[in-house]
Design a protein around this ligand. Structure first.
Ligand SMILES: NC(=O)c1ccc[n+]([C@@H]2O[C@H](COP(=O)([O-])OP(=O)(O)OC[C@H]3O[C@@H](n4cnc5c(N)ncnc54)[C@H](OP(=O)(O)O)[C@@H]3O)[C@@H](O)[C@H]2O)c1
Length: 243
């Protein structure tokens, strides 16, 4: 039996970097056509060039609902959406007594509201048997000091997944919850000492190492293929919950 993704169209918003780019690569390896989207046109162009003939892409800022609607209008009917867009930095981190609460709402803009805009406007274009896979993070389950707002944001995406699974059925809606995954994001740590930092951060895990983007990508592909799975959160975290 051939791969159920063969000949399908997979849209990856956030597919120009890190986990999303690995999802795009894995979907193409499985025989799918891929459409990638992210906010910077140059990133889209570079990703499409690297992914080859089975890929196309359009720039889209998921913080802008009208832009998301236009993106899906240009994509047309498709099978599976993976949403991995995420931005970093900004307000909302740090001790609650000093956190910039006025600015903290921006933390929800791409990962939470972007996921809602994308799900809303993707729904009508997804063909029968299709799916949406969102992205949260292990901070939802393992809060640290100074992370109350990121914890709440990540948890909100998990509850959003359950709500959307009911709301958008029979389209399936699931969510991947990555632990520490090696992507461009961690280049913010100086190269010298980065691997030691990863070792430190993962030493209590059952699998005590950083995960690779292609390992996280397999979870998205599983959820696309899994025609009887919806409303679920799949953790890809090397077993952080047991240390
Ligand atoms: N890596 C980890 O260890 C880890 C751990 C837990 C959770 N996660 C979650 O996994 C997701 C992906 O992370 P990653 O490490 O793969 O990050 P990444 O390499 O930085 O990729 C993020 C992607 O999002 C796109 N993006 C950012 N802002 C956007 C916007 N406004 N509209 C559309 N696209 C936008 C970026 O492209 P442009 O710059 O072109 O917009 C890029 O393609 C994030 O939600 C992150 O929170 C990652």
């Amino acid at each position: 039996m051939g791969d159920v993704l063969r000949g399908r169209t997979v849209v990856v918003i956030g597919g120009t970097s890190g986990i999303g780019l690995a999802v795009a690569r894995a979907a193409i390896e499985a025989g799918a056509r891929v459409v990638v989207g992210s906010s910077q046109a140059a990133n889209v162009e570079a990703a499409v060039a690297g992914l080859g003939a089975a890929a196309s892409g359009h720039a889209v800022d998921v913080g802008d609902e009208a832009a998301v609607a236009a993106f899906f209008a240009s994509v047309g009917p498709f099978d599976h959406l993976a949403f991995t867009a995420g931005d970093w930095g900004g307000a909302g981190r740090g001790p609650l007594k000093s956190v910039d609460l006025a600015g903290a709402g921006a933390m929800f803009k791409v990962r939470f509201w972007g996921a809602i805009y994308a799900s809303k406007h993707a729904r009508a274009a997804i063909v029968p048997g299709g799916s949406i896979t969102l992205t949260t993070g292990m901070i939802a389950h393992r809060p640290t000091k100074g992370s109350a707002l990121p914890t709440a944001m990540a948890g909100a995406i998990e509850h959003l997944t359950q709500g959307l699974a009911v709301e958008l059925a029979p389209v399936r809606v699931n969510c991947v919850c990555p632990g520490l995954i090696r992507t461009e994001v961690w280049n913010s740590i100086p190269a010298e000492g980065r691997e030691e930092r990863f070792t430190q951060m993962t030493k209590r895990q059952l699998i005590p190492r950083i995960g690779e983007a292609q390992e996280a990508a397999q979870a998205y592909l599983y959820l696309m293929r899994g025609g009887y799975t919806t409303g679920q959160v799949l953790q890809v975290d090397g077993g952080t919950g047991f240390g």
